[in-house]
Design a protein around this ligand. Structure first.
Ligand SMILES: [Zn+2]
Length: 339
């Protein structure tokens, strides 16, 4: 089985975006109710069958961990109530997709984060998503301000209530920012990759995993700049008298394969231990075109894993085994189906 651990509902019916536009236009008022949004199962089916599912079948992946569109989270807009209603709507849609296509999609939650608001306020939504919707992971935004970095680092104790819940449920968080509202940072070309690198460095500076030895973070987009600059991070850890990165971070931090060219994947799988690399494509996401050098979609990342110098055993670990280990609740769900 090939498990893609990083997919978003980027193709939701247009009514979703129209509802959000009304919500934003009504600020600081409350805008339309959640129940004002009507999307039928047929509309959901069509939006998936003609997009993500079609490409999964063409490319040969089986199951996608599916979360709300990352750039739409936009936690910086409005207040906690704004984010709370919006997150509930987006999470419900991913849950419905997982019910319509139970063999191909399993949901992961976005949280109703809001700048300056205690992260503990996100817990009721998280509990609902895990206990009622069967979510196997969550997306945690380290910068709800959208590019201004007004929140404390991920090692700050204010984040701990979320980590306590994650450990209790044994679910990992993908560290994932949303739209940049800082003109200096392009959302997917700069802000996402900056955040990946920043999250790793915050963990390196702190001792978070001493407090939470079983906490798991997935750093997407191949880990931002981290694998490429692994020597810098090793050297900084040494200067700071931290343990070796293999002990300090690599029991808890994992990287996905959303790197859109062969040399990047070759480097990732050479520098980072295979046990820390999980297959992902972020399809359909930021980079949707065809690479003229290869004639294939940039985000068809399965091809790069297949072409990388890996043993069969290691390739299987990246495609399936590591995902089942990191997303323990997914493994439980699959075993219950005899998979
Ligand atoms: Zn993403």
């Amino acid at each position: 089985m090939i498990i893609d651990v990083h997919g978003h509902y980027t193709t939701a019916p247009a009514a979703l975006g129209a509802w959000r536009d009304q919500q934003v236009a009504a600020l600081p008022g409350r805008g339309p109710s959640a129940s004002a949004l009507k999307i039928s199962d047929d509309e959901l089916r069509e939006s998936i069958e003609t997009n993500q599912l079609k490409k999964m079948q063409e490319r040969g992946s089986d199951l996608t961990i599916f979360s709300p569109r990352a750039s739409f989270m936009a936690h910086h807009i409005g207040d906690f109530e704004t984010s709370s209603t919006w997150a509930a709507i987006c999470n419900e849609l991913c849950f419905r997709v997982s019910q319509l296509f139970p063999d191909h999609f399993v949901p992961a939650a976005m949280l109703p984060q809001s700048p300056g608001v205690d992260p503990a306020t996100c817990i009721p939504e998280l509990v609902k998503c895990v206990e009622q919707y069967g979510n196997v992971g969550l997306n945690l935004n380290p910068d709800p301000s959208g590019g201004h970095w007004t929140s404390p680092p991920l090692t700050d104790r204010s984040w701990y209530p979320i980590y306590e819940k994650m450990v209790e449920y044994d679910i990992p968080a993908m560290i994932h920012v949303s739209t940049s509202c800082n003109a200096c940072f392009h959302t997917t070309g700069a802000h996402y990759l900056n955040a990946d690198t920043t999250a790793f460095m915050q963990c390196l500076q702190g001792d978070l995993f001493k407090d939470f030895p079983t906490l798991k973070f997935l750093i997407p987009h191949g880990g931002g700049a981290v694998p490429y600059h692994w020597g810098r991070f090793r050297g900084l850890a040494q200067e700071m008298k931290k343990p070796l990165l293999s002990d300090h971070l690599l029991n808890n931090i994992f990287f996905d394969t959303c790197v859109y060219h062969q040399p990047g994947i070759d480097l990732l799988t050479k520098v980072i231990p295979v046990k820390n690399v999980l297959f992902a494509s972020e399809m359909i996401g930021a980079v949707r075109g065809i690479d003229p050098e290869t004639g294939h979609y940039y985000d068809d990342t399965k091809r790069y894993i297949e072409a990388a110098a890996l043993s069969n055993e290691n390739r299987l670990a990246i495609f399936e085994g590591n995902a089942r280990r990191v997303f323990a609740r997914l493994d439980t769900q699959l075993k219950a189906k005899g998979l």
